[in-house]
Design a protein around this ligand. Structure first.
Ligand code: MYA
Ligand code: JJ1
Length: 389
């Protein structure tokens, strides 16, 4: 059934529950390092390993093009993620990143990049235990090379390179079900430009609704309700770090962020990540909003539209007002920034505002996984506070 995953230190389907006592590394200390390989696994003849330097413009373009044409699609192959170069640089060149964890496969004769898998270092809190991990993302094999077992080879190679830095755990997400999810989250969508969303087939009008009625339903105020909301500034980093750290510490799975991490992941970046704070009269930051820009390409373009502009909810903290009021303003800010739709997962407290703010449940799931870490029980989405880009 899972010829590759059965060989890996991950929870298997049908495995007996071993209770709280068994929580921890599946393949512990000594055994894990015995497993560590000293040479890369072999690729089919004609292919070779490389590292992708995302600060090099030529490489950035190759990674961008591989993903643009071959990365994640929805179940009906209508939309494909369209990560921008700036976004990829942000997602991959985070504090402490290792060039070798951006693994590529090239076709020797032409030097064409045909597959990648990436990792960045992150400190992750799992049920209160802080672990240095790799966050794995952007696993992608060119459409013409699918089903040749290249993905397992990529996973083995990145595992080897991560282990070489003395890191033995990883966190990753996928739309597909693999052995074995620790949590399942759902995508929810809030229309900002309903007319465009219908035209491109992202949404349908309910049977009893006309377009003009739907436009009314999704209409938003032109400006946020909260006057004290402003873009996050560099000088806010210490307070945002404190606010966020306190908030995240109550979850079973959450990133542990230093000021440097917050500066990297949460300071506004044009066209990539949007962050806002509420500062009170005493100069105290009480609330925080963030979302990132991840457009999708419209695969069978039948209309004038080429791209779906989607904002994805990132980390949000409300202390001076109800979360639903803060997120109502997040929708307005996304609309002001010309997004067509605001997407979120039902992580953290997000389920509490979905209905009131007119989100609809999407057709996509996101499964969360840990590599080489056993939990005694699955987590509820509401206990997960880790958002991977
Ligand atoms: S999730 C996003 C994944 N990317 C896409 O969906 C893009 C479009 N699809 C593709 O590019 C290919 O279809 C991929 C598979 C590359 C996905 N995660 O080579 P194959 C297993 C893990 O013949 P292909 C993300 O980026 C599959 O069950 N495994 O298949 C997080 C089968 O194994 P088994 C997957 O279709 C990635 C084997 O691969 C996935 O040509 C986290 C078939 O290989 C998947 N998304 O290529 C990776 N899809 O027989 C794990 C299929 O056992 C990281 N498979 O069922 C683990 C931690 C590593 C570091 C550890 C450090 C300590
Ligand atoms: O975007 C997604 N679904 C959309 C489009 C569906 C098109 C047909 N399949 C969707 N639209 C309906 C929304 C509507 C809103 C108002 C009320 C009624 C419903 O559902 C989905 C998420 O829902 N996206 C995907 O499937 C993309 C893949 C997601 C997995 C990503 C894994 C990559 C992680 C790597 O780390």
């Amino acid at each position: 059934e899972h010829a590759f995953w059965e060989t890996q230190p991950v929870r298997q389907f049908g495995e007996k529950d071993e209770g709280e006592a068994a929580e921890g590394a599946i393949d512990a200390g000594g055994r894990a390092s015995e497993r560590a390989e000293s040479a890369p696994p072999s690729l089919p003849p004609g292919y070779e390993w490389c590292s992708c330097d995302m600060r090099d413009e030529e490489t950035q373009k190759e990674v961008y093009e591989l993903l643009t044409n071959n990365y994640v699609e929805d179940d009906d192959a209508m939309f494909r993620f369209q990560y921008s170069k700036e976004f990829l640089k942000w997602a991959l060149c985070s504090p402490g990143y290792h060039l070798e964890w951006h693994v590529g496969v090239r076709l020797r004769v032409t030097n064409t990049l045909v597959a990648i898998i990436t990792g960045v270092p992150a400190r992750v809190s799992v049920k209160g235990k802080e672990i240095d991990m790799a966050e794995i993302n952007f696993l992608c094999v060119h459409k013409k090379l699918r089903s040749k077992r290249i993905a397992p080879t990529l996973i083995r190679e990145i595992t080897r390179r991560v282990n070489a830095k003395d890191v033995w755990q990883a966190a990753y997400t996928a739309g597909v079900v693999l052995p074995k999810p620790i949590a399942r989250a759902r995508y929810w969508h809030r229309s900002l430009d309903i007319k465009k969303l219908v035209e491109i087939g992202f949404t349908r009008l309910s049977r009893d609704s006309s377009m003009s009625r739907a436009v009314q339903v999704y209409k938003l105020d032109p400006k946020p309700k909260c006057d004290a909301l402003r873009r996050m500034l560099d000088e806010d980093v210490p307070q945002v770090t404190a606010l966020l750290s306190k908030y995240l510490s109550s979850y079973s799975l959450a990133p542990v962020m230093s000021e440097a991490d917050v500066r990297h992941w949460l300071m506004p970046r044009d066209g990539v990540v949007f962050s806002y704070v509420v500062e009170n009269e005493n100069g105290k930051i009480t609330d925080f909003i963030s979302f990132y820009n991840l457009p999708s390409q419209i695969i069978h373009e039948r209309t004038k539209h080429k791209e779906l502009k989607a904002a994805y909810s990132y980390y949000n903290v409300a202390t001076s007002m109800p979360l639903v009021d803060l997120m109502a303003d997040a929708l307005i800010l996304a609309k002001c920034n010309n997004f067509d739709v605001f997407n979120t997962l039902d992580l953290m407290e997000n389920a509490s505002f979905l209905e009131q703010l007119k989100f609809g449940k999407g057709d996509g799931n996101l499964h969360y996984y840990l590599y080489n870490w056993r939990l005694s029980a699955d987590l509820e989405a509401s206990q997960v506070a880790l958002v991977l880009t």
